[in-house]
Design a protein around this ligand. Structure first.
Ligand SMILES: Cc1cc2nc3c(=O)[nH]c(=O)nc-3n(C[C@H](O)[C@H](O)[C@H](O)COP(=O)(O)O)c2cc1C
Ligand code: SF4
Length: 443
């Protein structure tokens, strides 16, 4: 391959163009290696998952292979739904070949069966690019390409949660399970739990690069604990929103400069982490630095809010998203989540009362009771951190009805134009109800 990383500047039109820039060399190398050697190579690279948790990929593969009593299923998570994140769609559209090559390398490494890539039905363009790339690879004789199945699922946020992803692949609703995929996987039964590997799109694209260029080259970018590059998304109050591939460990300030942020009041990295105040912009963007600073890198999608925004309006919009998307299998998550949003909306509209703030704090604790998945933990962090970081703003809003000159919408990205950088959000989302149905557009 002639370039590092996973995000080419322009879409790769076809397999011939991919081969011209060195595509295929990672897969060719992997096919000459024993599966265990490929796992060792990926483990040595220090690659950490780009889907949100930053878990070491080699360790995941090794432990599932050890736990499985037959060929483990391998599922690529292409269900990207985190507000403020667009990187997987950008990678799939610009270079589906590198994602599928990574999936084939992973399938060889863990001797997988079946091999699935699961994305949203509404991501037509990405699904078409993947299907066309797969057909070209089959025609060109790439071993294993014919085994890749494409599964399409719904628009719900929880589709991206790994155990809910497996439910969708099995033809069910995106409801998280009690047991994680590495213990109880695709079509698992009590007798055959079928441990399954789930990897993010970008993670697998990096696997291709690691095999093609070698561990040393991969580790020459990023940091010791977080090697390589990552594709970051920036949206919100910036002049150049978009997706940018940078070395892990680059400062957040550098990314914000590139995206044209100024007058920053608050930043959220998706909806699963504590708010980032402007004082923290010098943080290096890597998993551990963000965790040590009390927040998280998530999937590298940053939502920037300037001082024209009411911070309570910001938090209310993120909280509404999480309350709506909760699946209600664990009642505290849905009930306290909805209550949190309603209290925030009331604070926003009419200033609420001091009791609302106290109640919000209590709900931040209760919302995670008996949680099956991480969604309500994110809800508590998003709201609780804002109550702490913006205590003065909440205090001064109390009891006073106020107008919002620049109201906030949830940054659920519908499209991000490669050429112009224009971002569009899903405007229908305001009509989504707590039961996942939609109110009609004409009221
Ligand atoms: C509510 C929720 C939504 C998630 N959405 C996504 C998603 O859209 N894409 C993704 O790759 N991971 C998502 N994740 C993380 C996955 O559960 C899982 O950690 C990831 O796919 C593992 O891949 P990786 O190890 O390559 O990062 C989500 C997690 C939660 C709790
Ligand atoms: S914690 Fe919330 S979103 Fe997760 S499974 Fe339970 S109810 Fe559903």
């Amino acid at each position: 391959m002639t370039r590092h990383g996973v995000l080419p500047d322009h879409p790769i039109p076809d397999l011939a163009a991919y081969l011209e820039v060195g595509g295929g060399s990672g897969w060719t190398k992997a096919m000459r290696m024993q599966p265990q050697q490929v796992i060792d190579e990926v483990a040595a690279s220090g690659l950490r998952g780009r889907g949100g948790a930053g878990f070491p990929t080699g360790t995941k593969w090794r432990s599932v292979v050890e736990a499985a009593d037959s060929a483990p299923p391998l599922v690529c998570n292409a269900a990207e739904g985190e507000p403020g994140t667009y990187k997987d769609r950008a990678v799939m559209t610009r270079n589906p070949y590198q994602v599928l090559e990574g999936l084939l390398i992973a399938a060889h490494a863990v001797v997988a069966d079946p091999v699935v890539i699961a994305t949203k039905r509404r991501y037509n363009r990405e699904a078409e690019r993947l299907a066309a790339a797969r057909s070209e690879m089959i025609a060109a004789g790439w071993t294993g390409a014919e085994k890749i199945a494409l599964a399409l699922g719904p628009d719900e946020y929880l589709f991206g949660e790994e155990s809910a992803l497996l439910e969708v692949v099995e033809g069910k609703l995106p409801m998280p399970r009690i047991i994680p995929p590495y213990m109880f996987g695709l079509a698992g039964t009590m007798q055959h739990p079928n441990p399954t590997i789930v990897n993010n799109v970008e993670t697998l694209a990096h696997v291709t690069d690691i095999l093609a260029r070698g561990v040393g080259d991969f580790r020459s970018r990023g940091t010791q604990e977080a090697p390589g590059t990552m594709v970051f998304t920036v949206v919100g109050d910036v002049t150049s929103p978009g997706v940018y591939e940078l070395d892990l460990g680059t400062s957040l300030a550098t990314l914000l400069d590139i995206a044209g942020a100024s007058d920053v009041q608050a930043i959220y990295s998706g909806v699963s982490n504590a708010v980032i105040r402007p004082e923290l912009v010098d943080l290096p963007m890597d998993f551990d630095s963000f965790a040590e600073a009390g927040t998280g890198l998530g999937s590298g999608g940053f939502i920037v809010y300037d001082h024209s925004r009411c911070i309570i309006d910001v938090v209310a919009s993120l909280s509404r998203f999480l309350a709506v998307e909760s699946c209600a299998q664990c009642p505290p998550c849905k009930l306290h989540g909805v209550e949190m949003h309603e209290r925030l909306a009331s604070l926003c509209a009419n200033g609420g009362s001091p009791n609302d703030v106290a109640e919000l704090r209590r709900r931040c604790v209760a919302v995670t009771d008996g949680n099956r998945c991480y969604l309500p933990v994110g809800h508590a962090l998003v709201v609780g951190s804002a109550l702490d970081a913006f205590a003065g703003e909440f205090e001064s809003a109390l009891g006073a009805p106020h107008e919002h000159d620049n109201p906030v919408t949830i940054p659920k990205i519908d499209d991000l134009d490669d050429d112009t950088g224009a971002v569009s959000f899903d405007t229908a989302y305001t009509r989504k109800r707590l039961d996942w149905g939609y109110d009609s557009a004409d009221g």
